[in-house]
Design a protein around this ligand. Structure first.
Ligand code: SAH
Length: 228
């Protein structure tokens, strides 16, 4: 049924997604829940039609406005890290982008609160997720670097843009035992880090190198955007 949303992308079949999942398994992704949703959510709908045939390749792809949809492996790795202690109930996502990561979280049964600073991407994600019938997702246009205090507490917070080390962490919006997952910009490269918050202190794990677009301040609206 979802395939019918873009009927002209004839080459893209569930088999293409199954191949992507087999590759992810070979790359060390072992969580069946993660592999299951990546097999069911049609990633090609989240990129422009001209790129749809490349949507399942192991690459990140442009989604316009200088932003990218992360490559499948890093998305899977992030989901796996978030799910280690069970599926979180409420997750704050900073950086909706195409809405792909949002859709995967929703497919896992998570209630997702997602913020995007670029109005055009926010609207496109809202439209697509609506058409796909994705529920239990609240999308907001704005600068997510301060989180979404009105909706706290969250079981997990995930940034899909690289966070400068100087950004004050959003622990006050996490429940005790919650997790903060983010690419940290160290000046020389980025590392994907997972912090567990015990209510007083955070304990971090390093999940390796990564490359994300930077977290930026402010909001880009249709009125103030230049040359997108
Ligand atoms: N998870 C997305 C990845 C998008 S890339 C996907 O699956 O497609 C990261 C996104 O973070 C971009 O869309 C960028 O505009 C957004 N972003 C960057 N800084 C932000 C901020 N301060 N607040 C909210 N969104 C931000």
């Amino acid at each position: 049924m979802l395939q019918a949303l873009k009927p002209d992308v004839g080459m893209i079949s569930p088999r293409t997604r199954a191949r992507m999942v087999a590759r992810l398994r070979g790359e060390g992704i072992g969580d069946g829940r993660v592999l299951g949703v990546m097999e069911s959510v049609p990633r090609h709908l989240f990129v422009a039609e001209a790129l749809a045939s490349r949507a399942y390749e192991p690459v990140s792809l442009p989604i316009g406005y200088g932003q990218t949809i992360s490559q499948p492996f890093i998305v899977a790795r992030m989901l796996e890290a978030l799910l280690e202690d069970g599926i979180p109930r409420r997750v704050l996502e900073v950086g909706t982008g195409s809405g792909y990561h949002t859709a995967l979280l929703a497919a896992l049964g998570v209630e997702v609160f997602s913020i995007e600073r670029i109005e055009a991407l926010h609207h496109a994600a809202r439209e697509l997720l609506g058409r796909m019938g994705v529920t239990r997702v609240a999308l907001r246009l704005g600068d997510g670097s301060q989180g979404w205090p009105e909706k706290a507490e969250f079981d997990a917070i995930v940034f899909t843009a690289a966070v400068p080390c100087a950004l004050p962490p959003l622990y006050p919006q996490l429940r005790r035992g919650g997790r903060l997952l983010m690419p940290e910009d160290l000046g020389e490269g980025q590392r994907l880090r997972l912090y567990r918050w015990d209510g007083r202190e955070a304990f971090g794990d390093d999940l390796g190198d990564c490359f994300f677009v930077p977290l930026l301040a402010g909001t880009v609206t249709q009125r103030n955007q230049k040359g997108a």
